[in-house]
Design a protein. Sequence first.
Length: 432
Amino acid sequence: MQDLVVVGAGPYGLSIASHAAAAGLRPRVFGRPMAAWRDGMPPGMFLKSEPWASNLSDPKGEYGLAAYAATQGVGAQHGVPLPVGFFASYGLWFAARAAPPVEERTVTAVRPRAGGGFEVTLDDDPATGGDGETVLARTVVLAIGVRPFADIPAPLRALPPERVSHSVDHADLTRFKGMDVTVVGAGQAALETATLLAEQGTAVRMVARSERLNWNTLPPPLERPLGEAARTPHTGLGCGWKNWLYARTPGLFHRLPASTRARVFSSALGPAGAWWLRERFERAVEVRMGESVAAAAPARGRIRLDLDSCRGSGAVTTDHVIAATGFTPGLDRTGPLDERLRRSLRTVGASGAPETDTVFETSHPGLFVAGLLSAPSFGPSMRFVFGATYTAGRVVRGVRRRLGTGSRHLQPGEPRETLPAGAAQTNWMESL
């Protein structure tokens, strides 16, 4: 029986696997490495986060983004956005050096076993070498990324898939050349998708409920006068004390009442565009602000969208709708997870996301979650790559505790679990 199975091979899954291997757990990791970054983001997109806030986590901090950039002769500089393709390549580089081998297999079911542990069933697709194998595991970490939680507004859900999609569905936007496309949303995904469409010659408009767009500003230098730095400290989530709290004190966030956590999760760090995108967007994209999609229906081979606003109603006809409307974590979307097990888990208020303890273990012994699924428990930083550093070591600590190995003495030559580079600078409140 395996000590640990990690479901997912994105930044969180790979980081957890790296820490687990260093702790001697020999995990099995299933998934397509960096799938969301390779399969769900078209060429021309850039990281919104700063390079120094986009590290995957290994125990010794040897395989950060800057280390990869140095091997490529590229500078990972503050205030200079990096292409998402570069970040995906970094993740593959990290996987090859800092994590155990990833098995590119799909997990189709995770079921609890009588007496403890889990049965993890793999796909039986011959194209991937699948044979329907069932792996027995004492503990399981769900690090399934964001794609399962993609949100499409209710009025659009009845449209045929060739007429509506989510922004995360597209690794290539060239299929929309010569078409009319409507992008729904007001965050970075909506703004950047609409810009890329316009720049390739697609007729595009953006529809947003908000009355105005929010744009991040150019980040100040890392080295600043003490007074300025004290007023608006840098964090991996942007400048400011509120962001500092989200970034540096997930453990304190975890202590808040469930209703408060759910409310903050749903409202914090709302939709905003990157500073470097604004000029490109404003010169290329038609925007319909303060309008929402009230209804959608096929109309002579196209789609008619009925729009509502405080100014009245209107309509547009379009060939395709891209919903860049974010992600909602909930147990009802954790496909492989056994339904009876899902129903038994405690949740964070009405969020539908699982409640966890301080080491990301759910109310079912041995089942851990990471990434977006843990955000209602630990705060907004878990929606970003930045949160992987906080998560990885703590999850492995929880797994070892569940296995009964957390307090044992290390054997000669066994790697010691250490904090990632930079963790010593983390505020003491983070460990609460």
